[in-house]
Design a protein around this ligand. Structure first.
Ligand SMILES: [Zn+2]
Length: 301
């Protein structure tokens, strides 16, 4: 009996040590990434920049229904007066969406099959070649993999815009998407600094390093139709949880995706305070219904 107990304790210790070796570096890294956030007034300056964007819409590339939530993979497209487009996130192609959905169903029982609606170029159609800029809210497969389908139609000529953190700080879950983006059709532009970042290529577009969910998690902001839209990626997966300041749970934030939970909480509070304003809408990447409730126009195939 004694030796059985010793063996069990030994095995448990081994598992814990292996888990710590596997996840520890990612946890240490993300705890050190807390870039300065802009104020609401900083973000409102985007409304005053000449030749800013003129339209914004959201496509639902795929979706999966569950008992207490729907998981959607979306693509946001912003248009400038000269017809140039900026795409935020690329979702996934059909086989990758289905494989990703199977993994999600294993991790969260009750999730139904994936309903695939289309890749970015299938929603963008003729506008695909007018996409001059691409940004991703973070380097996870479900936001980046679709870049291949996009590049197959677009060819060279568009640039990707990243913060220093998204370009340089990777962990076990972001390495592969970082490599995919690097070897894609997109020419890389890395913007230095923290707080509200901008680039002359897209006047009125704001880029903010967030951290929290991944080292390179990034917010994109744009003022269109008298509304300041804040694309917050996966700081929460559901808009209502952002507004109620509810985290993703210990298992998710510790084991599945190493998060800086103090940071994700301060980001939830920062974002939900701004969402209270009548002319500011936070768009949560996986919550398509909430984006439509906010008044964002759906892109149809
Ligand atoms: Zn995601």
């Amino acid at each position: 009996m004694r030796s059985f107990l010793r063996l069990s304790i030994g095995l448990l210790t081994l598992v814990l040590v292996a888990l710590a070796a596997y996840l520890g570096p990612a946890h240490l890294q993300i705890r050190g990434i807390e870039p300065r956030l802009p104020t609401e007034q900083d973000l409102r300056t985007l409304a005053t920049i000449p030749n800013g964007p003129v339209s914004i819409g959201i496509a639902r590339s795929s979706s999966q229904s569950g008992p207490d939530r729907d998981l959607n993979h979306s693509i946001v497209v912003i248009e400038w007066p000269d017809g140039r487009q900026f795409m935020i996130d690329a979702a996934m192609d059909k086989p990758t969406s289905e494989a990703f959905g199977e993994l999600i169903a294993k991790l969260s029982p009750g999730m139904g099959p994936v309903k695939f609606s289309g890749t970015a170029p299938e929603f963008l159609k003729d506008r695909t070649t007018k996409v001059a800029g691409v940004g991703v809210t973070h380097l996870h497969e479900d936001h980046v993999q679709g870049i291949d389908a996009f590049c197959a139609k677009r060819g060279k000529g568009a640039r990707s815009y990243q913060t220093l953190w998204q370009a340089n700080e990777h962990n076990l879950h972001t390495k592969e998407s970082a490599r995919q983006l690097e070897s894609s059709c997109l020419e890389s532009v890395v913007i230095q600094g923290e707080g509200l970042l901008t680039h002359s290529d897209f006047p009125g577009l704001g880029i903010v390093g967030l951290g929290g969910h991944t080292p390179g998690s990034t917010l994109f902001a744009a003022y269109v139709d008298e509304t300041l839209w804040l694309m917050s990626g996966d700081i929460t997966n559901v808009k209502s949880k952002l507004l109620s300041n509810t985290g993703k749970g210990w298992l998710y934030s510790t084991i599945f995706v190493p998060e800086n939970t103090a940071r994700t909480e301060s980001l939830r509070l920062w974002l939900s305070a701004m969402d209270q304003r009548s002319d500011i809408e936070v768009i949560v990447a996986h919550d398509f219904a909430a984006a439509l409730d906010s008044g964002m126009l759906p892109l149809e195939r």
